[in-house]
Design a binder for this molecule. Sequence first.
Ligand code: PGA
Length: 240
Amino acid sequence: MIIAANWKMNKTILEVNQFLDEFVSLVGENKHNKIIIAPSFVFLQKVIKFARKKNIKVFAQNCHQFASGAFTGEVSASMLSSIGVNGVILGHGERKAMGETCDMVNQKLKMAICYNLEVILCTGESENNRAEKEIEFQIKTSLKDINTDEKICIAYEPLWAIGSNKSASCENIYLKVKFIRDICKKMGFFNTKILYGGSVNLKNYVRILNIPKIDGILVGGASLKSKDFAEISSFNSSLH
Ligand code: PGA
């Protein structure tokens, strides 16, 4: 399973250090899952140093759509790649709320691929009754002109479930994962990994990870506490 932590704009350096110290002693061997941590840009190198010892992947939460240039305050895919970042989360609902479009996500995705960064591409509806239309549009636009040999990982994150304590139902997640996989297959992407994100917590992660054909979860709020994220990261499908 893929278990990814999206820390968003949280933690100071002291809190990052404390998390890493505690997580290292709690998480054990990490044999079953691919664990990803996506801290703020400023803590990437700190987390990378720690992650090497534990076989954990480190992702950024965004990158710019151009390679370099006069874009004050932005961070490029080449910069991320040059410090050993493994991948990047793209198209998160919170970024779309700040004006990021699917065309921009498509450009960012191409840039990420160009610099060998793995991608978790987020998709999710704002309204229940338009869910399939919105998701299909987002995926088709974001994956436009991307080589179908690329390994794509998509996180289904309905906007109303993010940070709301109202996770989507397992049935809904199952149907959307299937829907997303079908769109990807029609576009020629046959090896897509599909995650769910949106109010995943200690109470529901086992249920969600047991949904057939799901490949993992993207965890926001519940990934901020080392103890909680260590427990979630230790998920073992043969035991649960
Ligand atoms: P949440 O965030 O788990 O706090 O809902 C998930 C996400 O936004 O990736």
